[in-house]
Design a protein around this ligand. Structure first.
Ligand SMILES: Cc1cc2nc3c(=O)[nH]c(=O)nc-3n(C[C@H](O)[C@H](O)[C@H](O)COP(=O)(O)O)c2cc1C
Length: 340
């Protein structure tokens, strides 16, 4: 239904406008979702326990779609096992100038240079106060105007504000669209940033899992550094991966736009990163796998490579909400093949 009827219409319009239109449809006309989309699969065998949290299924929505925590309930109703909000920054900011979101249809991909457009952490907190049951990840970053030397403070502000309202945290230092942000992935600043947040976390009576979201463009040596840092700072795990700066093998007209590339061209690399981290660390920490999942097979490959959970973004746009059920159905088929 989505791919044959809805997507051809949506894809005729500007991607960012379509994003806001879809948002308002899901928010204001939830009965349409119920009418046109299959019922989400619920099954005990899909449940996962990862970093001490119980997920109703392992398929989550990646950061960047519901930046301001406006739609997490409706998205959970579509079948997502968890929803990651953000990236949020201490103060609201408009992000980069439009146009900043591009479809690469022939490549089943997207290039975005949104630049952390968001209403600020306090606006999201107000909405999250109404959350009853959705498992929420809080993805946090720094404001564009904050120099890297003061970045830790921005992350601390977001961490404190969100602490009572999210189930896990994601420290985002891997977006290519905030100038110099990725420099925070270097060993020294990253150890300091994660160490500070983890210290604040352990001083709480109910510490929450902190995850690090990394770029797919890191070298093997940098990935080995990441493993050391995760172990040294004792954070809960890693999200692999964010969008890529690579532009290999693209054919679409928009291939030269500046920004982060997501979707099918990222599938293989993000799975490689997951496998590398899992093998080289000796499965020392859980990994959430994200990047170019457009089919159930893509999802299974990430889980087989070492991911405990997965997330969708571009695949959700191209394949529609049915992709969530498709993946969960395949997981059930696999579960029924396992010896009991
Ligand atoms: C339009 C757009 C906006 C995004 N914004 C964020 C963001 O704010 N924070 C973040 O950590 N990742 C962000 N991402 C990255 C996704 O969460 C995901 O890591 C990446 O797109 C790879 O997954 P995919 O191929 O399934 O899209 C964004 C991606 C897209 C396409």
């Amino acid at each position: 239904m989505y791919k044959t009827l809805i997507r051809p219409i949506l894809f005729k319009f500007d991607p960012e406008e379509v994003h806001y239109f879809t948002f308002s449809m899901l928010k204001n006309f939830p009965f349409l979702t119920k009418l046109f989309l299959p019922k989400p699969i619920e099954d005990k065998r899909l449940e996962r326990e990862v970093f001490g949290l119980k997920f109703k299924n392992p398929v989550g929505l990646a950061a960047g779609f519901d930046k301001n925590a406006v739609l997490f309930e409706e998205l959970s109703d579509l079948g997502f096992g968890f929803v990651e909000i953000g990236t949020l920054t201490p103060k609201g900011q408009p992000g980069n100038d439009k146009k900043r979101l591009f479809r690469l249809k022939e490549d089943s991909a997207i290039i975005n240079r949104m630049g952390f457009n968001n209403e600020g952490v306090d606006a999201a907190v107000e909405r999250l106060k109404k959350n009853k049951s959705v498992l929420i990840g809080g993805n946090i970053g720094k404001n564009k105007v904050t120099p890297n030397e003061e970045a830790v403070n921005d992350y601390k502000i977001c961490f404190e504000a969100l602490f009572p309202y999210v189930d896990y945290f994601v420290v985002n230092v891997s977006s290519p669209n905030t100038p110099n942000l990725r420099e925070l992935q270097d060993k020294e600043p990253l150890t300091q940033l994660l160490g500070t947040l983890q210290q604040m976390n352990t001083e709480k009576s109910n510490p929450k899992p902190i995850l690090l979201k990394i770029a797919p463009d890191l070298s093997d040596d940098q990935l080995l550094d990441i493993i050391d840092i995760v172990k040294d700072t004792k954070i809960a795990g890693v999200i692999a991966t964010n969008t890529t700066l690579s532009r290999e093998n693209l054919t679409s007209e928009n291939k030269s736009e500046t920004g982060g590339l997501s979707g099918k061209p990222l599938t293989k690399r993000s799975t490689e990163v997951i496998r590398f981290l899992s093998e080289k660390s000796g499965k020392a920490f859980p990994i959430i796998g994200v990047g170019g999942i457009h089919t159930a097979k893509d999802a299974i490959e990430k889980l087989d490579a070492g991911a405990s959970l997965i997330q969708l973004y571009t695949g959700f746009i191209y394949e529609g909400p049915e992709l969530i059920n498709e993946i969960n159905k395949e997981l059930l088929v696999r579960a029924s093949r396992l010896p009991r």
